[in-house]
Design a binder for this molecule. Structure first.
Ligand SMILES: [Zn+2]
Length: 477
């Protein structure tokens, strides 16, 4: 009896110990697996203050690279052994990469979850945890190209404005620059200055994606398409320009008061003749003008994973004054666009009317070199027919061979574009300089671009040469 009783009690003890070990084992597995299992981004973001710090206790924030493998952001240690986020190229990638410090912005914000997640082998993660070491977070490989970004950045120089360049066949964002900018390394130190909205230069705003500018003559692309959709053929148009167009006691002038003389539609486009396009505007069916703009994504949120991409604004209806319609047709009036949107528009022309959704992150890679996820290019849809795209391409070619951008040196590249000079104050002498278009090299590689330089003047003098530099940097000369 005693023996049996002892046996029973020993068995009970073994059982209790086994259960305790079982529970411990399961808790340990759950503890190690929580980063792998816990994939609820929304929850993490909603309460990021507390949750991110839990992740950062175990994982070193991963680096962010250009497509060509240059670190744009990485985590190092200072002399006292504290982790520091470092941006080796300082201002060059500021709006694309963003910052961590005073809150977060850019990719640092939208991919914070991924950067603080480690997909190194489970055994290494467990080993690191047991020895009190942190695991290395995953890396972001972006679509940005260093040379293109540098050409865009240097080209803007001291001007405020934006450059965005996209591969039309995939939607990869190859360059994205916005000025004024900031140095993400010192954002904490200069936060009050940078964030001082009173000064009005809003360095934190990514003008490439979120700017709202008058499109100027780049909008003649839209007006041309509306003219064709209004039942006209390109050969129908004939106009004699004497340098001005009068509507409702309002006079629209051609650039430099130049008289362009007799023009067909192609000539009016490549000369960027304001009088001819104002005459088109007042004749256009207003519903067709409005619906054409909306087919081209005006008044719509843009299909892209770029943060906060701003919707462009366009409004014409039966109550709009004729002088406003005429101004709208030449890209003045109340229309506003973002450089990103204009770049998407010309991307679709370069891609037979098909618009690819712009994206900035190509893949996420673990510190072991394993691919964690990869972005597949996504087709948004056909925003114009391939026939319409072909015609606009022909017109945009004439701008470069025989029009407002004919003096710009694009090297050996085949280039299609539209210049713009947009008035934005009562003082018509101060204008924004625009260029939108695309280039193709001998291998068939393409790049679309939108450039705006605030207050710089003629598009052909400033924005178009900048575009040429970016094309050459990415596509070769
Ligand atoms: Zn003219």
């Amino acid at each position: 009896m005693t023996n049996n009783h002892n046996k029973k009690s020993v068995r009970k003890e073994i059982y209790v110990v086994a259960v305790i070990f079982g529970i411990l084992f399961i808790s340990m597995i759950v503890y190690f697996l929580r980063f792998l299992l816990f994939d609820s981004r929304e929850f993490i973001y909603n309460s990021y203050n507390s949750r991110f710090s839990v992740f950062a206790d175990d994982v070193v924030r991963g680096p962010i690279y250009t497509a060509d493998g240059r670190a744009m952001a990485k985590t190092t240690k200072d002399d006292e052994g504290n982790e520091v986020r470092v941006y080796p190229d300082e201002r060059l990638f500021s709006h694309a990469v963003g910052y961590v410090g005073h809150g977060m912005a850019g990719l640092e914000s939208s991919y914070s979850f991924d950067l603080l997640k480690s997909h190194i082998s489970l055994s290494d993660q467990i080993n690191n945890s047991l020895t009190g070491r942190k695991s290395m977070g995953d890396s972001l490989y972006t679509t940005l190209n260093y040379d293109a970004q540098k050409a865009a950045y240097d080209g803007l120089g001291m001007f405020d404005g934006a450059v965005i360049a996209i591969d039309p066949e995939t939607g990869k964002v190859v360059a994205m620059v916005s000025k004024p900018d900031y140095n993400p390394n010192t954002i904490d130190k200069y936060w009050d200055d940078i964030n001082d909205t009173e000064k009005g230069d809003s360095a934190l705003l990514n003008r490439a994606a979120n700017g709202a500018y008058p499109p100027g003559s780049t909008f003649k692309i839209v007006t041309t398409l509306a003219y064709l959709r209004d039942g006209n053929s390109s050969s129908d148009f004939s106009y004699k320009c004497d340098g001005k167009f009068l509507v409702d006691d309002y006079t629209i002038h051609c650039s430099g008061n130049k008289s362009h003389g007799q023009e067909d539609l192609l000539k009016a486009f490549s000369n960027s003749c304001n009088s001819a396009y104002a005459s088109i505007g007042v004749e256009l069916d207003r519903d067709i003008f409005q619906s054409t703009a909306e087919d081209l994504l005006f008044n719509k949120s843009l299909p892209t994973m770029l943060n906060g991409a701003k919707a462009s604004k366009f409004k014409i209806n039966k109550d709009t004054k004729e002088s406003i319609v005429a101004q709208t047709a030449i890209g003045q009036g109340k229309t506003t666009v973002s450089p990103l949107h204009m770049c998407m528009l010309v991307s679709s022309i370069a891609n037979d009317g098909a618009l690819m959704e712009p994206y900035l992150v190509d893949r996420i890679i673990s510190d072991d070199g394993e691919v964690v996820s990869e972005t597949e290019p996504a087709l948004y849809g056909q925003i114009m027919s391939s026939k319409e795209a072909e015609l606009l391409e022909e017109y945009m070619e004439a701008v470069v061979t025989d029009g407002t951008a004919e003096k710009v040196n694009f090297g050996d590249l085949k280039v299609y574009g539209k210049t713009g000079t947009a008035e934005y104050t009562e003082n018509k002498k101060i204008t924004h300089s625009w260029f939108v278009g695309y280039a193709i090299n001998d291998n068939g590689k393409k790049l679309a671009i939108a450039v705006i330089m605030e207050g710089a003047g003629y598009g052909s003098k400033y924005a178009a040469p900048l575009a040429a530099d970016v094309f050459k940097a990415y596509l070769g000369n």
